[in-house]
Write a protein that binds this ligand. Sequence first.
Ligand code: ADP
Length: 432
Amino acid sequence: MSFMVSEETAGKFDWFAELLLAAMILPGFVIINLTISPVPDKAMVYLAVGFGALFAVVWHRVKVPLSRDFKNFIEAIVYIITIFFIVHATGGISSYFNFLYILPALDIATTSNRRFTVATCLFAAVFILGEVFLFPQLPIKPFAGLSSPYILSIITALSVGLMAAYGRYLAKEGQSSQVDFVATGLGREKSINKLKDEFVFIISHELRGPITAIRGYLDLFLSSANKDSKTPSEIKTLANNAFKQSDKLNNLISDLLDLSRLETGKFKLATEKIDLNLFLKDIVKEFQMEAEEKKIKLSFSASKENLLIDTDKERLTEVVSNLLDNALKYTGQFGQVLVWSETRGGKAFVSVADTGSGIPSEEVPFIFIRFYQPVSTQENQDINNPEKSRHVGLGLYLVKNLMEKMGGEISVDSRLGKGTKFTFNLPLAKDK
Ligand code: ADP
C-alpha cells in the first residue's frame, strides 16, 4: 500500500506500509483461530493472505512501464480479489473481514485520480454483491425490517464508496494545506526581503552624511596643503589617498542607495538637459589621475555633432563611473581605455573600451546579474592584486537597471585576453 508522497520518499514509505500490512495479519490470524461461526476455511485464508503478501512485496519492487496511478490501481484490484477470498472463507457477507474492502478504496482515493478511485469502488462493489448473488449466505437476524443479505451487501458496498469519497477529501485537504504552507513561506520570504531592502536603504542613507563631510574636510585640507609649500609631500600623498578611498566609498554608497531605491520602488529620475560630450570629458578627467598611476592611457574622443540629452545627470555619472572603474580595474599596466561618443538614428551612443583581461564568453550572459561572482576569479584569486579580486557584483546590475529606467540600452562585446567594450545609448533631446 502506498501514500501520497514524493518519489524520493516513496521508497521509505512503501517499506513502512508493508510493515503495517504485515502487522494487520496478526489480529486476523487470532480471529480465524477463535471459535467463531461459521468455521473459517483456514487453508483458503492462509493461501489468500500468503498470495496478497507476496504480491505486495514483489509489486513494490518491480519496475514496470506504468504510471504511478495505474500501478496503484492494479495493486488495489489484486487486493480486492485477495480480500474476496478471505471474506468468502470466513462467512461471506456476514464475515468480520468485510471491513478490509475499505483499505484498497482508501488507498487509491488518496494516491490516485478520481477515475481510478471510481473504478476501484465499482470493482469492490462487484465482488461484494457477487458474494451474495453467487453463493448461499447465512441467515441474518432482522433489524428494522432489514434481514436480506442483499441489503447488507449494498450497505457494505456503499460504505466502501463513502470511505473512498472521504479519502479523496482528505487528500485534497492535504494538498491545499501544502499549497498554503508554501504560499505562507513565500509571503514571509517576501516581507523579510522587503525589510532587508529597507534596512540597506536606511544604512546607506545614514552613511552618506559622514562620508560627504569626510570628503569635504579632506578636500579643504588638500587645497590648503597644496598651496602651502611647508606641508611634507608624504602628508599630501596620504591625504590624497584618503580622498580617493573616500571617493570610492561614496560611489559604493550611491550604488547601494540606488539599488535599494530600485528594489523598494522609491526610485525617481530627475531630468535636465546636458551636453553629453562636455559631461563625458569631465568624468574622464576625474579618472585621469588613477589611470596615470596605473600607467594606463585613458582618452576621450567626442562626436563631431553636439549631443544634447535630457537625463538624470547624477545617475548617468554613476553609469559612466562604474564602466570606467571596471575598465581601469580589469586593464593591466600600459593598457588603454578609450571612451567615445557618436550619434545614430536619433540616439547618442557612448562606448567605453579597454585592452584589459576580457570576459570569458560563457560568463558574458551573467555579468549584469546582481551580486554576480565570476567563476574564473572564484577559482584564481589574485593575491597580488586584491582590488581585482574584490567582486561586489553590483556595478553592472545597477548600470543595466539605470539605463533601462533612463530609456536606454547597454550591450557588451568582449574577447578574453584582448579587451572589453561596453556601449550604451540614450535618446537625443527632441528640441535642439
Ligand atoms: P564587480 O566588478 O564588483 O565584480 P560588476 O557588476 O561591475 O561587479 O562586474 C561584474 C563582472 O563583470 C566582474 O566581476 C567582471 O568579471 C566582469 N567585468 C565587468 N567589466 C569588465 C571589464 N571592463 N573587463 C573585464 N571584465 C569585466
